[in-house]
Design a protein around this ligand. Structure first.
Ligand SMILES: [Zn+2]
Length: 245
């Protein structure tokens, strides 16, 4: 059986048939793939820390004709993010990133930009950047990559620009100005608008200063609700992020 290989990030796994695990991989450009890792739910196994959340590796696997899932044969770690990802102050943010990717990325989506986005979040986190910003940056950009992020400073009805605050449309497709608003009640604050614009011109190593806790909670709630609305699901991980909800 010919071996195939993928460069990928581990975004989740669960025990399957007692000894095995099913591992979800975000590949560098071939979408999300599920593979069986035989024997990997045993304490000591040949894959070691390859299958930890957000380990980046080269994964070699084969397919049997009668099986739906490919089987992992071996893998090499390219970059381990274990120390960063497993830190108590960071782990729940990474659970949320993994949950969003698993639920929100359509099958067969070209994942190259999402892969780069997560790599830059991981690298900046490793360099000590605050997760509170990285999670918001990630949420804005995954929406943008999937073509769903709105222009934060522009009214979606009259197209007035440079808004200082906006009211979020009930279908989360944009914001409206004070004159155009009808039933909308959720406000996107000034700092939130500026942050969304800022993410267009800056990468994760940049610093966005002066966002209060209220500002970051405000934008987090709007982005979370927007992702849930478009994806038609609920996210479980935010409940652990008490600083943002
Ligand atoms: Zn307007």
């Amino acid at each position: 059986m010919p071996l195939e290989s993928e460069e990928a990030l581990v975004i989740g796994s669960y025990v399957f048939k007692e000894q095995d695990k099913i591992v979800h991989l975000l590949t560098s450009h071939n979408g999300i793939q599920k593979i069986v890792a035989p024997g990997s739910s045993k304490g000591k196994n040949r894959f070691g820390s390859l299958l930890e959340l957000f380990t980046e590796g080269e994964f070699f696997f084969y397919r049997k004709e009668d099986r739906e899932l490919a089987t992992l044969s071996k893998g090499d770690i390219i970059t381990s993010y274990f120390d960063t990802v497993s830190e108590p102050g960071r782990i729940f943010y990474f659970y949320l990133i993994a949950e969003i990717v698993m639920k929100f990325v359509p099958p067969n989506f070209n994942t190259s930009r999402i892969y780069k986005l997560i790599k830059s979040v991981l690298d900046s986190s490793k360099d000590g950047a605050e997760m509170k910003y990285l999670i918001l940056y990630f949420m804005v950009w995954i929406l943008r990559i999937e073509g769903m992020m709105f222009e934060a400073g522009k009214c979606g009805t009259c197209h007035k620009t440079d808004l200082l605050k906006g009211w979020v449309m009930s279908d989360y497709r944009g914001i409206v100005c004070n004159k155009c608003r009808r039933e909308e009640s959720v406000i996107l604050r000034k700092r939130g608008i500026e942050f969304v614009e800022w993410t267009k011109r800056n990468d994760t190593s940049g610093k966005f200063e002066g966002m209060s806790d209220e500002d970051s909670k405000n934008i987090f709630r709007i982005l979370k609700n927007k992702i849930e609305y478009h994806g038609e699901f609920s996210l479980n991980s935010p409940r652990y992020l008490s600083s943002l909800i």
